[in-house]
Ligand binder design. Structure first.
Ligand code: IPM
Ligand code: MG
Length: 379
């Protein structure tokens, strides 16, 4: 027992020193990449696991069409990145093997299919590793239900909270387990800035700060306090504190939910509530996710790799809508708003107006390929 305590204290010291170093780097800040000026943009394409390669290959076809001229002129390159598969990651004992990470860092932005994370064990989620390695601090997830007036956008902090050290907790088998949650001022400031800046630039006048600061007094307390400090620079935007439990209830309450616009949340609450929000929109298969930092950005579906769908032989029936929404976010990020709008409009026609080819995720619906063919007609 004494030995366990000593080892745990030493482990905690290591974590603390690392986190303090990380916060020092963040405090210095970094310049944001401006794609309007970019002469060359490399889009890395990663299939991932399970249904990932199926949905990503359809998104790739759509990007090829939309970026036809830019690809032909050499301004844009679509580059396939191999090796981010569960088999390779397990064989190498690495969430993201070095050469894969190097290939990823050679790109500007990524379109990534879902990757499988084994439960338990020590292999970290590839997503969590990439978000940390590429410092993708803003996880931005739009959700809309036009007929209900719902137009939400979630700004989820993406590098801290329970995720930062989620694979590095301590455990005394049979007796106790402990994980750590980290919130830094600089980490909170940059995601809060992103949310309020978005609100200002997009004519939104309301930001909901969602925490559980009544219970997680240090970490969520700091998150809320820093968010309000940032809010002071945006006096035209109203902001309120909400607790995550009541906010999850409010999102399923049709009488109040359409009043929310922009949400600002720590990592884990943002993870959970965005699945709820996506379900309200029509299912997790319908929502896209942007992971953005100052240098890199990665775009993906918000759902997982659905291994059960593959086992059931229904992989080809996976819904590509989420990765197509992610592709739209990617195009917007690289300053190609006109192409993003074209994709958004084609998706709207296919999914809301005509609904001629409907993907249900099962054999009773259309295949992923059939939906992509239909969408390509509308581009
Ligand atoms: C998400 C996913 C990830 C997360 C998983 C795949 C690690 O659920 O992007 O929301 O927990 O953040
Ligand atoms: Mg999630």
């Amino acid at each position: 027992m004494e030995e366990f305590i000593r080892a745990s204290v030493a482990h905690f010291e290591t974590l603390l020193r690392e986190q303090l170093k990380r916060q020092e780097t963040m405090e210095k800040g970094a310049a944001k990449r401006d794609y309007r000026q970019a002469e060359h943009i490399t889009i890395g394409i990663i299939g991932g696991d399970g249904i990932g390669p199926i949905i990503v290959s359809e998104a790739r076809r759509v990007l090829e069409r939309l970026l036809k001229e830019e690809i032909a002129s050499g301004r844009v390159e679509l580059r396939d990145i191999e090796g981010l598969t569960l088999e390779n990651r397990l064989a190498r004992g690495k969430a993201v093997p070095e050469e894969v990470l190097a290939a990823i860092k050679g790109c500007d932005v990524l379109l990534k299919g879902p990757t499988t994370t084994p439960k338990g064990g020590t292999l970290e989620s590839a997503n969590v590793t990439l978000r940390r390695e590429l410092d993708l601090y803003a996880n931005v997830r739009p959700v809309t239900v036009p007929e209900e007036g719902i137009d939400w956008i979630f700004f989820r902090e993406n590098t801290e909270g329970e995720y930062a050290l989620g694979s590095r907790g301590i455990e005394l088998p049979g007796k106790l387990s402990m994980d750590f949650k980290v919130t830094t001022d600089a980490g909170t400031r940059r995601i809060a800035r992103a949310a309020f800046e978005y609100a200002r630039q997009n004519g939104k006048d309301n930001v909901a700060i969602v925490t559980k600061a009544n219970i997680m007094k240090k970490t969520d307390g700091a998150f809320s306090r820093i968010a309000h400090e940032v809010a002071a620079d945006y006096p035209e935007i109203h902001c309120d504190d909400w607790y995550i439990d009541i906010m999850t209830a409010n999102l399923v309450n049709p009488a109040v939910r359409s009043q929310y616009q922009v949400f600002l949340l720590p990592n884990l609450y943002g993870d959970i509530i965005t699945d709820e929000a996506a379900q309200i929109q029509g299912g997790v298969g319908t929502a896209g996710s942007a992971n953005m930092g100052d240098s890199y950005a990665m775009f993906e579906a918000i759902h997982g790799s659905a291994p059960r769908k593959i086992e059931a032989g229904e992989g080809d029936y996976a819904n590509p809508a989420s990765i197509l929404k992610a592709s739209e976010l990617l195009l917007r990020h690289i300053a190609m708003a006109d192409k993003a709008d074209r994709l958004a409009e084609a998706l709207r026609i296919c999914m809301e107006e005509e609904k001629r080819v409907v993907v249900t995720g099962h054999r009773d619906g259309a295949t992923c390929r059939e939906f992509a063919d239909y969408l390509l007609e509308k581009l």
